[in-house]
Design a protein around this ligand. Structure first.
Ligand code: HEM
Length: 518
């Protein structure tokens, strides 16, 4: 039988354009009318394309969080913010979405872009996360933090010593960089038993703080342009070292240090050559964990974990400290009341004594309200069941987000939300009402792994600085501390740091001892 000739011809540009046009028209039609989320309210453009978020992320510099708030005013408490994702603005729903029971995944699209997918923080899948989280829970437990509080105390004393040397000098100190150095040195010592020496550096290694802020900008770009990070990573180290700015170089140095430390600790454990008197690091606990299979103990995985852990520990805690210091030293009545309360204790109070102080606790809570860890929504996915919000049925597998910073600024829960008012936490009713909606460390299965360490740093650090120093700011304003952009963590309008003149309130025992040691 004769076969028919196959006629192959190249499509004309008109046919090509028509094919593309039909494809996009079909996608748009599907997303608007047939998609399982099609019935949810929200702007049509956001339902059609994620590039709406891309515009607010990349062009408008991290403004989608506030655009979402605007959309809620128009469309109600549950909205579709992208073709694939919903967002809820209702404090009462928080405890239903962020819970300990049930299986909860994170949304890969938001977290994978951090290029540390082997870590606990950025792990997407519920069961893998549970296994990774187990050794961290013990390491960062309240008991272990209390037992090792001397780390926080020693580093705080070192910061106080540095500040006392600037006292009355007529020169300003970059207080933002100084507290950044404090939390980095504490975290490195606590997590990896290594002195990071940022508190010894003249500029407190301020450029590394800037790069951790900058990694949020990178995250925003990479969410929408996935090839961007692989291209940057593929550039030879020598190119990035020479073309990058000071912060970029500081970051590369940090990554190199982290690689060396991780490898050194893993080798010493593998060869049984650890110093028996040296404190255990989190790597010891990960490698000894019985819940983790061997493939979770490779260098690649442990290195990702160290990168994400240090990243999670640095700018989050430092930012809350900056907020608290800024407001304390611009509102003298609050500062005096706090000092009066602290005066009831000994000069160097222990953590458990500080935790009993109601006003100090209120000050810290108010700082955490204005500076929760993230400026972005945290989406959760119930992979195996539908969720319900009022009369809405949310199909299983849908990412549903809520944004803590918006909830913390909700006037229905916190009157005059933009004001720093520790007093609101002294009222038992307000505290009870906020019990379910105050979530600086998030809630549920994916709540902050290091919150006890963060609390210890805040209690010991703020108490010591307030007891020992007066700060007068040089040109600082709310722009230095108020959340103005979504960098995953909180982004402020001005990132150059709070400059302050320092005056010592009287030599403390700790600083005097340190001075005489030198
Ligand atoms: C005031 C300081 C801090 C705040 C406000 C804060 C806040 C948060 C928040 C909101 C999350 C959830 C993020 C998400 O859902 O994607 C988180 C996760 C996490 N944080 Fe913190 N954090 C702070 C300090 C720390 C410190 C000092 C550490 C110590 C290493 C730490 C370790 C972690 C870890 C490991 C996770 C991931 C938890 C998981 O997915 O299982 N954080 N943090």
């Amino acid at each position: 039988m004769k076969t028919l000739p196959v006629i192959v011809h190249t499509p004309s540009w008109q046919q090509f354009a028509a094919i593309i046009g039909i494809y996009f028209a079909t996608v748009i039609f599907y997303r608007l009318f047939l998609h399982p989320l099609a019935r949810f309210p929200g702007p049509k453009l956001a339902a059609v394309t994620r590039y709406v978020e891309g515009y607010y992320d990349v062009v408008r510099g991290g403004q989608y969080t506030w655009k979402i708030a605007e959309m809620h005013k128009k469309y109600g408490p549950i909205i579709r913010i992208s073709p694939y994702e919903l967002h809820v603005d209702d404090p009462a729903y928080f405890e239903k979405l962020f819970r300990q029971d049930g299986r909860w995944n994170k949304y890969w699209w938001s977290y994978e872009r951090f290029a540390a997918k082997h870590s606990t923080v950025f792990c997407v899948e519920h069961d893998v996360h549970r296994r990774r989280r187990a050794p961290l829970n013990a390491f960062f437990s309240k008991a272990n933090v209390a037992r090792r509080q001397s780390i926080v105390r020693e580093k705080t004393n070192k910061l106080c010593y540095r500040l006392s040397q600037c006292s009355g000098s007529g020169e300003t100190v970059n207080l933002s960089a100084a507290v950044g150095a404090l939390v980095r040195d504490v975290a490195m010592e606590f997590i990896l038993s290594r002195d990071f020496h940022n508190l010894d550096m003249d500029d407190f290694n301020g450029s590394i703080g800037a790069i951790f802020q900058g990694s949020g900008i990178m995250w925003r770009i990479c969410k929408h342009i996935p090839w961007f990070r692989p291209v940057i990573n593929a550039l030879p180290r020598v190119v990035t070292r020479h073309t990058g700015d000071e912060s970029g170089r500081a970051f590369l140095t940090f990554r190199k240090q982290l690689t060396e430390i991780t490898s050194e600790i893993m080798t010493s454990i593998a060869t049984n050559s650890c110093d028996p008197d040296a404190p255990r690091t989190v790597i010891h606990d990960i490698l000894a964990s019985s819940t983790l299979p061997e493939q979770e103990k490779t260098f690649e995985r442990v290195y990702d974990e160290m990168g994400a852990l240090t990243g999670a520990a640095f700018e989050t805690t430092a930012h809350v400290m900056r907020i608290i210091l800024y407001y304390l030293y611009t509102q003298p009545a609050i500062l005096s009341r706090l000092r009066a309360e602290l005066a009831t204790l000994t000069t160097e109070p222990r953590l458990n004594e500080l935790e009993q102080l109601p006003y100090l606790t209120a000050v810290l809570m108010e700082g955490l309200r204005l500076g929760p860890g993230n400026a972005t929504r945290m989406a959760r996915i119930a992979p195996d069941r539908d969720l319900f919000y009022e009369n809405w049925r949310i199909p299983a597998g849908t990412p549903v987000g809520m944004t803590t910073i918006l909830m913390h600024m909700d006037p229905r829960v916190y009157p005059e939300p933009e004001q720093f008012q520790p007093d609101r936490w002294m009222d038992a009713d307000v505290r009870k009402k906020a019990d379910k909606t105050f979530a600086p460390f998030s809630r549920g299965t994916r709540n902050c792994g290091g919150m006890q360490l963060a609390w210890a740093e805040l209690y010991l650090g703020i108490a010591a600085l307030v007891q020992k120093f007066d700060f007068t700011f040089d040109g600082a304003g709310p722009k230095d501390v108020i959340c103005a952009s979504d960098r995953f963590i909180i982004g402020t309008e001005d990132s150059s740091g709070i400059k302050a003149y320092v005056t010592e309130r009287g030599m403390s025992i700790a600083t005097r001892n340190m001075s005489s040691d030198r």
